[in-house]
Ligand binder design. Sequence first.
Ligand code: ZN
Length: 312
Amino acid sequence: AEEVRSFIVQEREDHLIQCTIADATIRLLAAVTTNLVNEACGRHGTSPTASAALGRTLTGALLLGRSYKDLEYITLRFDCKGEIGGITAEASAHGTVRGYVKNPLADAPLNAHGKLDVRGIVGGGMFHVIREAGYEIGLVKDPYQGSVPIVSGEIAEDLAHYLLKSEQINSAVSLGVFLEPEQGRVTAAGGYLIQVMPGADAAVIEEIENAIANAPHVTETIRNGANAEEMMSTTLGAIPFDVLQTHPVEFRCKCSPERAISIVTALGTDEVRDMLEKDKGAELTCHFCSAVYYLDEAALQNILNPPQPVVM
Ligand code: ZN
């Protein structure tokens, strides 16, 4: 049975806003993801530094995913040489996200700026973005995959580098996770993605760059109670932006008891018979959410001898 603890740390629902700046020549996406990052980190038992790495990647997947019109599913994957080993986050167009890190206990001392040293546990490697569309309307297109070397390891910079190299989009990305020093609990998470479209005014871009450079960190504004729109007002100062849509976002996994049964079924009858004889059951843990599924003797018997439909 799945054990779900309550990780809700603030009343406000996590949310993402889609905005435009300067007559839609600049696109802005921003999100507050405190609850979903806290839930993901609680489920995986991540160290403080791994929590920051996972939280930034989950938020980045939601933001980047929302920037594509036809997207249904996006995967961000860091295959890295650092202690964390790898980070994966998957977000859907419906605002759900799930993810995990290979080594949740990877940790490092604070860096020279007194911040969690995400770069220190990520290290070098490759960053992959996989986009899928068409499934829900039955028109399966090949997934699009873009890969770039990890240039920073701080996640946000790697997203911006990917957009530039792989999609020729100039962008500014900020992602943050704040943990309470004593408890290790995530009390603020979120970020933004600003994309410059062709035809954007160079003067506006410069204004945005200056505003960002002098703005407080995103988690500071979120800790002060800001929602995504207020966070961007603080970040952009006098630069006006239009909020087009607001979407709720949440941590949600795709796993289920039915999926667990189909995974075991796919192992084949010899393997299932073996499990039945040796262990009298099977236990599966979902990578993405740490949910545990237990198939007992009767469930395994059912796989070997599915109940026959009754013909009336
Ligand atoms: Zn799961």
